[in-house]
Design a protein around this ligand. Structure first.
Ligand SMILES: *Cc1c(COP(=O)(O)O)cnc(C)c1O
Length: 495
């Protein structure tokens, strides 16, 4: 399988090379040239398989320069009992009737980013070997809270790698911050940025595209790559859990082979829902893809109207991992829906850069309407949904998951669609204790990790072990930079 760029459809590189590069030199996103097709036989062969085996089978379809045994070994390292606190890694919980919740936060950092970031470092390490690379790779990450921690956890002390994480100073939860500034590992660095997530992401993109910095780093024996969801090695492991969820529904007799299932995904950078789109494109029987946003509803407007417009206020919400106005992965969707028209995609991205807005073609608009449905949930709706799920189903969900649950309900009310629906749970409620406590009618006593015990005392839900271990852990990092200083931070880190 070869990969090309959303901005250059003539490019051809291998899978290992694509994982190593992260982003194409032309600024586009690397994307598989064809989408492998799966049918009933393939799905049947996975119904009784472990998550690890499902992962190896699905990933092998795309990464043909890795062997299936190799991928199975990676999956066993990534999703085994020393990393995940649930044997199914990504279990499906039946909420009621035809509603199911896909829990993606059983990994080491209690957010869904672990599903990909326990895998990516292994794919990348092997890619360095396969491509005969002798330089050290430095992963630069802009994080809205969860990616940074999950990436450091995955890359900590991996040979031939360094990792530097930038997070928005006032845009992450106390627990998220505690997780990051206490990170262990000789090869990691963490820095707060005076700005929001988009500022941090723009800073990282600027460093990537700066030829002079690349040259300086190359002279020092480094090259830059990305662990953000622009890297194909992040998207692919996420395709797995949609297929896995379908297999679980088959296994449990909830659906028959070929029955359609809807997925509702709480969305920020459009990576998670893009993976669902690829699963659908592969032939998984998926009905609607429901895109759930918080008050930062740029994607809701886009999917409804075909006009992307980032010129709007940025809201800091209780679901910070979705506080994003520029969703990078949309570019892969536009490329696919335009019939791999790189010139058309370049046009949209240029317009986004210069004016902050673009309008897609009639063809793309029609495809968006057919395949997606979009809605958003405000702060009050998020709290109300947490309270209601706790009361009605005894199910404690986090702020991001609540956005998805509520938008799923909006979809059903608007369309009357009774198709079995899976909404995606992306974080443990313990990462957002303050808002979750308030939502269920408690007054938080203290802040950050102090609240873990209070939420546990009230609900009896088990505290993820590694979050409990944060109590009393001393911070290792306290660096803050202005946006313009991010280059200097990187050069200093890689002295
Ligand atoms: C990253 C994240 C999201 C958004 O996922 P995208 O792939 O950026 O759309 C949603 N919820 C949580 C908890 C996250 O960490």
């Amino acid at each position: 399988m070869k990969y090309y760029s959303t901005r250059d459809s003539a490019l051809r590189i291998g899978g290992a090379e694509a994982v190593k590069m992260g982003l194409s030199r032309d600024g586009g996103l690397l994307t598989p040239v064809t989408i492998p097709q799966i049918g009933a036989d393939f799905l049947n062969s996975l119904v009784h398989a472990s998550y690890q085996r499902r992962a190896a089978k699905v990933m092998a379809l795309y990464l043909t320069d890795y062997s299936e045994e190799e991928l199975l070994g990676f999956a066993e390292n990534a999703y085994g009992p020393d990393k995940f606190d649930h044997p199914a890694a990504a279990p499906l919980r039946k909420v009621d009737g035809s509603t199911h919740c896909l829990e993606l936060w059983h990994g080491p950092t209690s957010a869904f980013k672990d599903m990909a970031l326990q895998m990516l470092p292994q794919l990348l390490s092997a890619a360095l070997r396969k491509t005969g690379e002798d330089k050290t790779v430095c992963i630069l990450v802009a994080t809205s809270g969860d990616t940074g921690k999950a990436a450091m956890e995955g890359f900590a002390d991996v040979p031939q790698t360094r990792i530097m994480v930038f997070y928005p100073r006032d845009g992450v939860s106390d627990v998220q911050k505690a997780q990051m500034v206490t990170q262990e590992g000789r090869n990691v660095g963490v820095c707060a940025v005076a700005g929001n997530f988009d500022d941090a992401q723009a800073g990282v993109k600027r460093i990537f595209s700066d030829g002079a910095i690349r040259k300086t780093l190359a002279d020092r024996g480094y090259f830059l790559s990305s662990a953000n969801s622009i890297n194909w090695g992040r998207i692919l492991p996420q395709v797995v859990y949609y297929i896995s969820a379908y297999c679980d529904l088959l296994r449990d007799g909830e659906i028959k082979m070929g029955d359609k299932v809807n997925f509702c995904v709480p969305t920020g950078n459009f990576g998670d829902i893009l993976a669902a789109y690829y699963a659908k494109r592969m032939g998984l029987p998926v009905g609607r893809l429901i895109c759930a946003s918080n008050r930062n509803d740029v994607l809701t407007d886009f999917l409804r109207t075909g006009v992307y417009d980032r010129n709007r206020p940025f809201h800091t919400t209780m679901s910070p991992s979705m506080d994003i106005l520029v969703s990078s992965n949309l570019e892969r969707l536009l490329f696919d829906l335009s019939g791999e028209n790189d010139a058309e995609v370049r046009g949209y991205m240029e317009a986004l850069n210069t004016s902050g807005t673009y309008e897609v073609s009639g063809t793309i608009k029609a495809a968006l309407r057919e395949q997606f449905w979009a809605g958003f949930c405000d702060e009050a709706g998020t709290s109300e949904t947490i309270a209601r799920y706790y009361k009605e189903y005894g199910y404690l969900i986090d702020t991001h998951t609540a956005v998805a649950a509520q938008v799923m309900e909006q979809y059903r009310a608007a369309t009357g669609d009774g198709t079995p629906t899976v909404f995606v749970s992306t974080a443990s409620p313990y990462k957002f204790c303050d808002h979750v406590l308030e939502a269920i009618g408690e007054t938080p006593r203290g802040s950050g990790v102090e609240l873990l015990d209070q939420l546990h005392g009230k609900t009896g839900v088990a505290i993820p072990k590694r979050l409990a271990a944060l109590k009393g852990k001393a911070p290792r990092f306290d660096l803050t930079a202005e946006k313009a200083e991010m280059d200097g931070v990187v050069l200093d880190f890689l002295k």
